[in-house]
Design a protein around this ligand. Structure first.
Ligand code: NAD
Length: 424
């Protein structure tokens, strides 16, 4: 096991998980963030985000973890920096690289004052070419040093799934690294050496592309499943059975092969949109990717349409079970609950919503709806929409209820009075 001094910039889902897992491998970690309260939480062994197992990792490795708001100082005190800041969508769907640019400036300034060779690793999802055309020129300009010679730089995209991020870190299918010089390659291989997982080493631009293609492919698989699911529903075929049968084919695999109300979260929608915008800039019409997004936007509408087959929702109270974009996460970014609740309100329904962990994050989106204390309170409404497949929703009493299910909760399917699955 190698013990390295590592700065992790950004304490969101990727930064917090990466830093805690690297600390657990025996490395010394400085988390760099802008919010002192979040940093204090980390120091006290509490994760700033909800991610199963993360608190325990922070507690177990407390003596190897510290935090700072001064990014330059953190870089100066360490040998390796992981960039884990956000790369959100701009209004037009293209990627917003402001956070990447800002941290590159600060890292570059710090490199100027440091004698040691430092290695910078871009873990944030960035479009192919970003490290070479933005990060490196900024670092070189601010530091007066040459990339690959006086400092190391690499791409190392992240493939974790929120909700199982710790497990994904330690048992990933592969670590992808984009490198341009053997010294940097050795540094990254050292970091991951004790994991005993395949390391796929390529050039920087290809590594950046691998991340986008992974996400775009998975998003495509989901939208394909939803289109087939809509077709199955019309033909009174259970699409879940269909995908189970088709997924047994090892060329296809059963993973991410389910129909429902589509994908949300901080990655698939923004990354597919960024790829679409990038393709257009290159003069290519990305017809498949555009259709992937179109199908995804239609699925939540279908849920509300199905409910309207059973009742006039104007003046009724509709319950929404689940607000996070997926179970075991408090992340509500691009959650399907957002368009669904917007539609319900537009059509005159009152909404009562519940989520086991994501209500605080969700409240700013709809401050005026009623947030229930318990899932049972939601069940007392005129009709219930199941939007996130939290495990605890499998234990509720759905007898006598009207349920529109976007995620296939078996107990609801078996016992509710009126039941409609979105694609089954
Ligand atoms: P996030 O928004 O949860 O976290 C980003 C953090 O960076 C925020 O806490 C922000 O305050 C911080 N930050 C921004 N500028 C900073 C600065 N100058 N100094 C210190 N901190 C700064 O985002 P995330 O979900 O962790 O994603 C980070 C990156 O990883 C994105 O590019 C994303 O696409 C990618 N990614 C995310 C996931 C995921 O599941 N969330 C998975 C794989 C890849």
């Amino acid at each position: 096991m190698y013990e390295l001094n590592i700065a992790v910039i950004g304490t969101g889902y990727v930064g917090a998980v990466t830093g805690a897992c690297l600390a657990n491998l025996g490395n010394t970690i400085i988390f760099v963030g802008r919010n002192k309260e979040k940093l204090n939480l980390i120091e006290s062994g509490k994760s700033p985000i909800f991610e199963p197992g993360l608190d325990q990792l922070l507690i177990d490795n407390n003596e190897r973890i510290s935090t700072m708001t001064d990014l330059s100082d953190a870089v100066y005190k360490t040998d390796i920096t992981f960039i884990c800041v956000g790369t959100p969508s701009k209004f037009d769907g293209s990627i917003d690289l402001q956070q990447i640019n800002d941290v590159s400036v600060a890292i570059g300034k710090s490199l100027a004052t440091s004698e040691k060779r430092h290695t910078i690793i871009v873990k944030s999802t960035v479009l192919p070419g970003t490290t070479e055309q933005l990060v490196i020129p900024v670092l070189e300009r601010e530091s007066g040093k040459k990339a690959f010679l006086e400092f190391g730089i690499a791409s190392n995209p992240e493939f974790l799934k929120e909700g199982s991020a710790i497990e994904d870190f330690f048992h990933t299918d592969r670590v992808v690294i984009g490198v341009n010089d053997p010294e940097t390659e050795n540094v990254i291989k050292k970091i991951y050496s004790s994991l005993n997982v395949p390391i796929f080493s390529t050039n920087i631009k290809t590594s950046e592309m691998i991340k986008y293609v992974s996400n775009a492919f998975l998003a495509t698989k989901i939208s394909f499943a939803n289109e087939i699911g809509n077709l199955c529903k019309q033909m009174e075929i259970d699409s879940y059975e269909v995908f189970r049968g088709v997924g047994l084919d090892t060329r296809i695999s059963p993973h991410f092969f389910r129909s429902g109300i589509g994908f949300g979260g901080s990655c698939f929608p923004k990354d597919v949109r960024a790829l679409i915008a990038h393709a257009r800039n290159l003069g290519i019409d990305p017809r498949v990717l555009k259709a992937v997004m179109g199908t995804n936007e239609d699925q939540p509408v279908k849920m509300v349409e199905l409910l309207k087959h059973h009742m006039d929702i104007s003046g009724k109270t509709v319950g929404v079970l689940g607000l996070s974009f997926k179970p075991d996460s408090d992340d509500v970014r691009e959650s399907r609950a957002i368009p669904i609740i917007r539609l319900l309100i537009e059509q005159g329904a009152a909404v009562i919503a519940f989520d086991p962990v994501a209500m605080d994050n969700f409240k700013p989106h709809f401050p005026d709806i009623h947030f229930a204390e318990t899932a049972e309170e939601v069940l007392a409404t005129d009709a219930i929409l199941i939007v996130t497949e939290w495990k605890e929703f499998e234990n509720l009493d759905y007898r006598g209820k009207i349920i529109i299910d976007g995620r296939r909760i078996e107990k609801a399917r078996k016992e509710s009075k009126i039941y409609e699955g979105v694609c089954w």
